[in-house]
Write a protein that binds this ligand. Structure first.
Ligand code: IPE
Ligand code: IPE
Ligand code: MG
Length: 238
């Protein structure tokens, strides 16, 4: 395997364990989310250092709306603050921000902040940071199916023409390659409705560390672990 192949082009992270981190310290869950901002910076630095081109972060699932209102409100405020505060540094680092998920459910204020961050970072060429916000795979696939059905009903495509590519192009991730490595912190070993279609051949890694404690060294360990994996894609090893 060439060195190039030992570095994942696309890393996706399920940032989990903020609530437990806070509860262990007798703090509000929202404090855990605030403490989860610094590890985002660390991961981004490490990803750039390793030459990763796409970093997807699962920040809010469609199911997370069911959490207590105070926690949801605190998360919305944190998203706005973070994108506003971080954008200048992201521009400096050459990071482009993109989003996946259904943002129509966010308030106009949140939507405006997100759209502005995308516009201001649009020229970044070092790394694409993809934020999964109000995202779930089943919701994404449902919206994609609706889109394809509409095209068929309009006569723009015939059902026999629909192939994997048609589906990929209708997903929120159309512009991005599939993730090579998915990391989920906090020891939970599940995908929780994250990139189900795109993860077909992703390598998975489940470190015990809670997200607020995730360090650049943890990211380095993930890269070492990935480099050891033998990705066969259904074929036989060379
Ligand atoms: C992940 O941490 C952040 C979000 C889901 C927004 P959690 O809030 O799920 O933390 P735990 O799993 O309860 O510890
Ligand atoms: C997945 O974590 C969603 C995000 C990290 C944003 P959850 O904490 O919501 O998932 P479950 O409930 O443990 O499966
Ligand atoms: Mg959780």
């Amino acid at each position: 395997m060439s060195d190039q192949k030992r570095i994942p082009q696309h890393v996706a992270i399920i940032m989990d364990g903020n609530g437990r981190w806070a509860e262990m310290r007798g703090k509000e869950r929202s404090e855990g989310h605030i403490a989860g901002v610094e590890p985002v910076r660390r991961s981004l630095r490490a990803a750039v250092r390793h030459g990763v081109k796409f970093l997807t972060l699962y920040a809010f699932s469609t199911e997370n709306w069911g959490r207590p209102t105070a926690e949801v409100d605190a998360l919305m405020e944190l998203f706005c603050q973070s994108v506003v505060n971080e954008t200048p540094e992201l521009v400096r680092q050459g990071v482009e921000i993109r989003m996946i998920g259904d943002r129509s459910r966010f308030s106009p204020k949140v939507q405006e902040h997100l759209a502005r961050a995308e516009r201001q970072t649009a020229r970044g060429e070092t790394l694409t940071l993809i934020l999964a916000l109000n995202y779930s795979s089943r919701d994404e696939i449902t919206r994609a199916v609706r889109h394809i059905a509409r095209q068929a009903a309009d006569g723009a495509i015939v059902p026999e023409q629909i192939d994997e590519r048609t589906i990929c192009e209708a997903l929120d991730t159309a512009a991005f390659p599939d993730p090579d490595l998915i990391i989920r912190t906090s020891g939970e070993q599940r995908l929780s409705n994250f990139l189900l279609w795109q993860a077909s051949y992703a390598e998975l890694w489940f470190p015990e560390v809670l997200w607020p404690d995730f360090t650049e060294e943890d990211f380095d360990r993930a890269m070492e672990e990935y480099a050891r994996r033998d990705r066969r894609f259904g074929l036989v090893s060379k």
